[in-house]
Structures are given as structure tokens and as C-alpha cells.
Ligand binder design. Structure first.
Ligand SMILES: [Zn+2]
Length: 424
């Protein structure tokens, strides 16, 4: 089977391509990316007027399976990902049961293969049952195919346990994706601590509830030589610390989420539980710092923290509703709007932060259109807009604060391993 994607503007940062090219695919792999390819093929995809990117890579997705299939499944999450232009997602281990043993890792790979849409790469838990006490069998998890470790949803609260986790993970060449939250400073809090929380009478968590853990774990990464990844950095202090740590050679990488640079804590004024997430929406100054971090390379990549919850859960009052929003289907458009249209990043830099850079951080076979690799491709119309509508969301859950919003950039088609897995 030979497919030719003809006449599109190819942006492939890994290969420094940013111009009109054709993409030839054979048997699921990229054969060549050149100007004016004239060869006999089985199917021609007309991409004129469109952009062609490597399939996007999300290193922070909650697929909720096993255990909470009412919120999302590997199948529904894969559909949502494909609609958002993603061909690879890393799923977080805070499922029920927690992904802390071999058989569960194998189950995720098997189910993703049965679904047959996109690639799913599981993260394994740092500690057994996310309890922060005993380390998981890290070697066994690595053997089963986890690509990183995380206790996401919770920090590894004991400094001693985190130290050992970084040491062991390093032996197995695994990076730890770190949910930074001081549970004492954030106790009972439902939003960012600041003027808005005071005015609304909601309990806030200070930015320091994040930054003290970022500081601790950078220190531990420096001491152990371990590989640390700061997940969903939300405030200026975290960005500053990562910048400093990188400058002195600590092996730390960092992701930010589209909601954290698209909305501030002002959005909470409507008491919509879809503005509730950990870490919370912060201030305008934090948004500026995140954007500066993206522009100067302190922030390596953009991840969604796609966190589906059912309608009835999010219809609870603000104080008791669960944290988190879906993000796979809006991530690209929000990033395009907030970062490229405002000239914070070039289009090529954005595609790097959403494909090649995250793939590189976690050593995933993804993120480029190099010859011979799997043909994971997104075809995008940058000139068109779309409106976020409940009935068009592919995720099982609909919890997004961007509902009803009109956003730029329409994913027209997504191919994974040369197979069309989404078509508008
Ligand atoms: Zn988290």
C-alpha cells in the first residue's frame, strides 16, 4: 500500500523542513519527503493549502483504564487523541488498580493494539499503589515496556523515597515525571491562592505549594544524577528554577499545559468546576513567565494533562468537584492561538514542542517524518476555525472550560503507521 500526501506545507522540526513537500508512505512507513514526488501510488491525499506535521506526542494523558471506564477508555481516549492530531500518548499510571506491575503494563499495550488507532506508551508508578512508601519493581516495569515513571496525581512525599526513586530509575534509564505539590500547603484548597480566591471565598493553594517541591526534586536530581521531568509547571517560580537548574547542568526537563497559558484564575469567577485542576489556573504574571519559558527553551514541551471526569462528577459544587479537564482535542488549537498567533513561538517551534521534543525526552519512537520511521502524520488546516461543541467531542468526558469557544486550526486528518485513524 503506497500513499502520497501531495502539495502540503511540511513542518518537520527534527529534520529542519519547513516548506512545500510531498510525503510518500509505503506499508506504514515514511519512504521520502521531497518536492514533487511523481510515483505510482494506491492513494493520493491532496494536502494543498494544508500543513503536514509529524503526529503530535502527548506525554501526559489520563486514559482511566483500568478501573474508571465511565470517564474514558483506551479506545475513547485514542479516538480523542487522533482527533486532536496526536499519534502517540503516554498514559499515566494512577488508574484502578495502579500501574505498578508487569501484567497491567502488558494489558495496556494489548488493549491499545486491539483498538488499533494510535500508539499508547504507559508510564509506571514510582511507588507501589502511589502510596509513596515502597518503590515499584522498577526493573520489571521497564522490562514490560514502561517509558517513564510517575506517581502523578500525587507527589512522592518523602524526600528519602524520592531520592531512591531517582537513583533506581537512573539505573534503568527512566525519567521520573514529577507532580509537584506540597500536600500540607495545598490542604483543602480548590484554586490558586490570590485575590480571586479571597474574593470568591474559596480556599486557595499558594504558588509555593508547587515551587517548594520543584526545588526539592531539582536538588535531589542534582545529587543523584537522576533524570527528572517537571510535569504541568504552572507558575513563574517553577519556570525560574528549571531555567537555573538547566544552566548548571541538572538533567531536568519541563512541560506546561495549554490551559495554564490560556486561562488565569480569573476564569474561576464563574464557579465552573471545569476551571478546577491541580495545579490550578494561576495569575497573568505566571502566564507571562510560562510563555517566556517556552520561548527561551526552559520549557521543553507542551503536554495536555488530559483528565476526563463524567458529567455528574463535574456538576457537583466547586469545592467537591474532582480536579482536571480534558485536553487532547483542544491542545493544538489553543497552543496555535496563544503561542504562534502572538509570535511567542514560530510554527516550527510549536510543532517541536508538541512532537519531536516530548518524543526525545522519553525516548519514544515518534516525533519526526524521517525516512523509514512509522508514518505518523497530522494534516492540518491552519486557516480554518472550529467551535468546541459537546456533541463533537470524541472523549467520553466533556469537562472543558473551552466549551463553545471558537479556535483556530482544524485537524483534517491523522495517520498512524500509515493508516488513516481520523478524518474530519
Ligand atoms: Zn499531576
Amino acid at each position: 500500500m503506497r500513499i502520497l500526501i501531495k502539495g502540503g506545507h511540511v513542518v518537520d522540526p527534527a529534520n529542519k523542513i519547513d516548506e512545500l513537500r510531498d510525503v510518500l508512505i509505503q506499508d506504514g512507513r515514511i519512504v521520502k519527503v521531497q518536492k514533487n514526488i511523481k510515483e505510482a501510488v494506491d492513494e493520493i491525499i491532496n494536502a494543498s493549502g494544508k500543513h503536514v506535521f509529524p503526529g503530535l506526542v502527548d506525554v501526559h494523558t489520563h486514559l482511566r483504564q483500568p478501573g474508571q471506564e465511565g470517564k474514558e477508555t483506551i479506545e475513547s481516549g485514542s479516538r480523542a487523541a487522533a482527533k486532536g492530531g496526536f499519534t502517540s500518548v503516554c498514559c499515566m499510571p494512577n488508574t484502578k488498580p495502579v500501574i505498578d506491575e508487569r501484567s497491567l503494563v502488558q494489558m495496556i499495550y494489548a488493549e491499545a493494539e486491539r483498538v488499533g488507532l494510535i500508539k499508547v506508551f504507559p508510564f509506571g508508578a514510582v511507588t507501589k499503589n502511589l502510596e509513596g512508601k515502597l518503590l515499584s519493581e522498577i526493573g520489571e516495569l521497564k522490562d514490560a515496556g514502561v517509558v517513564a515513571l510517575s506517581d502523578d496525581g500525587r507527589p512522592v512525599y518523602s524526600s528519602k523515597v524520592m531520592r531512591h526513586a531517582l537513583e533506581y530509575a537512573k539505573m534503568f534509564d527512566l525519567r521520573i515525571s514529577d507532580h509537584c505539590q506540597d500536600l500540607d500547603l495545598s490542604e483543602g484548597a480548590v484554586m490558586h491562592e490570590g485575590v480571586v480566591s479571597t474574593e470568591l471565598g474559596l480556599k486557595g493553594m499558594p504558588a509555593a505549594s508547587e515551587t517548594v517541591m520543584v526545588a526539592r526534586d531539582i536538588e535531589l536530581a542534582e545529587m543523584t544524577g537522576g533524570k527528572l521531568h517537571i510535569a504541568h509547571a504552572s507558575c513563574a517560580g517553577s519556570i525560574w528554577q528549571v531555567r537555573e537548574a538547566k544552566a548548571r547542568g541538572v538533567d531536568v526537563t519541563c512541560e506546561v499545559c495549554p490551559h495554564h497559558f490560556s486561562l488565569s484564575h480569573e476564569a474561576v469567577r464563574n464557579y465552573d468546576p471545569c476551571t478546577k485542576m491541580y495545579p490550578p489556573l494561576r495569575t497573568q504574571e505566571d502566564i507571562i513567565a510560562i510563555k517566556e519559558g517556552l520561548a527561551d527553551g526552559t520549557v521543553d514541551c507542551i503536554a495536555t494533562d488530559h483528565a476526563p471526569h463524567t458529567q455528574w462528577e463535574k456538576e457537583m459544587e466547586y469545592n467537591v468537584a474532582p480536579c482536571g479537564i480534558i485536553g487532547l482535542e483542544t491542545a493544538f488549537s489553543l497552543s496555535l492561538k496563544e503561542l504562534v498567533h502572538t509570535k511567542i513561538l514560530t510554527l516550527s517551534q510549536l510543532i517541536d514542542k508538541m512532537s519531536s521534543a516530548p518524543a526525545k525526552i522519553f525516548a519514544l519512537p515518534a516525533g519526526s517524518l524521517s525516512e523509514g520511521v512509522d508514518a505518523d502524520v497530522a494534516l492540518v488546516d491552519l486557516e480554518s476555525e472550529w467551535t468546541v461543541k459537546e456533541e463533537e467531542i470524541h472523549s467520553k468526558s466533556k469537562n472543558t472550560p473551552f466549551m463553545g469557544m471558537t479556535l483556530p486550526g482544524v485537524i483534517e486528518m491523522t495517520l498512524c503507521r500509515g493508516k488513516i485513524v481520523y478524518r474530519k
